[in-house]
Design a protein around this ligand. Structure first.
Ligand SMILES: *Cc1c(COP(=O)(O)O)cnc(C)c1O
Length: 369
């Protein structure tokens, strides 16, 4: 830790931020690590997206289209949305940050569920606002608790559905009840980063609620099923007044030209999305069953990862399992930062990765029984 400077002092809230720690990428000693710590697509991006990215190399001297016109048009066409209601960002992380900067400041509150995505509290603090964690029920967002956490100071309510890191999904009727129940002055942000992985009849990532309310926003990302995490690309679907405000706060060229080009190609490749979702569903089910058989239960995940319970203490605990997996070249995510020290989050890789995890966990459980 660096000592605080005597005169040059960050805005209130900034030094209260616990810096976000991303998933580790490598394991010392293991010559070929498999990274299962950041929910990336093991199949990578659509080949069409890679081609578009390469083609963009010819025009790097030129500023990108600050309005992201082509990309918004492509997203709108694929998802059946209005292009005028879309705002693009450098990852949905930037959209989350812009929403906090735009709508919350000192004295304001930002509500999220207890084990919600960490960037909500980080971005709230960065804006000087106060994050408020609502209790969950069985590691699932609890709408009554979130509504009870709202006050006249609430400006934003964040809900990831499915949630990262718990993987849990709440029913559409519950999301609608949340949208209808939050204070008039608050904006509900539905973070649908894992929408493409959801296989539940009637699931709506949020566009219908955005259309029905003037205070609901949906966020999406190209980092997960589209396999473009390195490019940093995400978007929001929002009421016109929110679009107008975000467009004033965001940088005029916040999304790079290669990201715009690759994103437009990626969103149009429905086959790549469908193939990735199908493989994920199959191997997620397979791995969850194998872990359960080994005595390691998981939450019901609707994303491209499992949240697996090893326990907090003893020879078979989550930290011990993490170390065991690491020496076998399997990098997963510790959950202390989320207040879940007895759990590990394991991204669903390809078949070889899932089989390697199952075998390593079997070996671990046998050795530590
Ligand atoms: C991964 C993730 C994001 C961030 O995605 P980027 O677009 O890469 O910034 C947002 N929300 C949730 C819930 C996520 O898991």
């Amino acid at each position: 830790m660096t000592a605080p400077h005597p005169r040059i002092v960050p805005q209130p809230g900034v030094m209260g931020i616990a810096p976000y720690v991303g998933g580790e990428a490598g394991a010392p000693g293991a010559n070929r690590a498999i990274k299962l710590s950041a929910n990336e697509n093991p199949f990578g991006p659509s080949p069409a997206a890679v081609e578009a990215y390469r083609a963009a190399a010819g025009d790097l001297a030129l500023y990108p289209d600050g309005g992201a016109t082509e990309l918004r048009r492509a997203i709108a066409a694929v998802h059946g949305l209005e292009a005028e209601r879309i705002v693009c960002g450098a990852g949905s992380d930037e959209i989350i940050s812009l929403l906090c900067q735009t709508y919350a400041g000192p004295g304001d509150e930002v509500v999220h569920s207890r084990h919600g995505f960490l960037m909500y509290a980080i971005s709230a603090r960065a804006a000087g606002a106060t994050p408020v964690a609502a209790p969950e029920h069985d590691l699932s967002a609890d709408v009554d608790a979130m509504l009870a956490a709202c006050t006249e100071r609430t400006r934003l309510v964040f809900l990831a559905n499915p949630n990262n890191p718990t993987g849990t999904l709440i029913a559409g009727a519950e999301v609608a009840r949340l949208a209808a129940g939050i204070p008039e002055r608050a904006l509900l942000v539905l973070d649908s980063a894992y929408a493409e992985y959801v296989d539940e009849p009637g699931y709506d990532p949020g566009a219908a609620l955005v259309a029905a309310h003037d205070n609901v926003v949906m966020t999406r990302t190209f980092s997960k099923i589209h396999g473009l995490a390195a490019l940093r690309l995400g978007w929001a679907y929002a009421p016109g007044h929110v679009v107008d405000a975000l467009n004033r706060v965001r940088g005029p060229f916040n999304v790079s030209a290669p990201a715009l080009a690759a994103g437009a190609a990626a969103v149009a490749d429905g086959e790549h999305v469908a193939r990735s979702a199908a493989a994920n569903a199959a191997w997620r089910g397979w791995l969850a069953a194998r872990l359960a058989r080994a005595g390691v239960p998981c939450t019901a995940s609707h994303g491209n990862f499992l949240l697996a319970r090893f326990g907090e203490e003893g020879p078979a605990s989550a930290p011990e399992a993490d170390a065991w997996l690491k020496t076998r070249g399997l990098i997963v995510r510790r959950m202390e930062g989320y207040g879940l020290p007895g759990w590990l989050r394991i991204s669903i890789g390809d078949e070889a990765a899932c089989r390697a995890v199952a075998e390593a966990v079997d070996g671990f459980r046998a050795a530590r029984a």
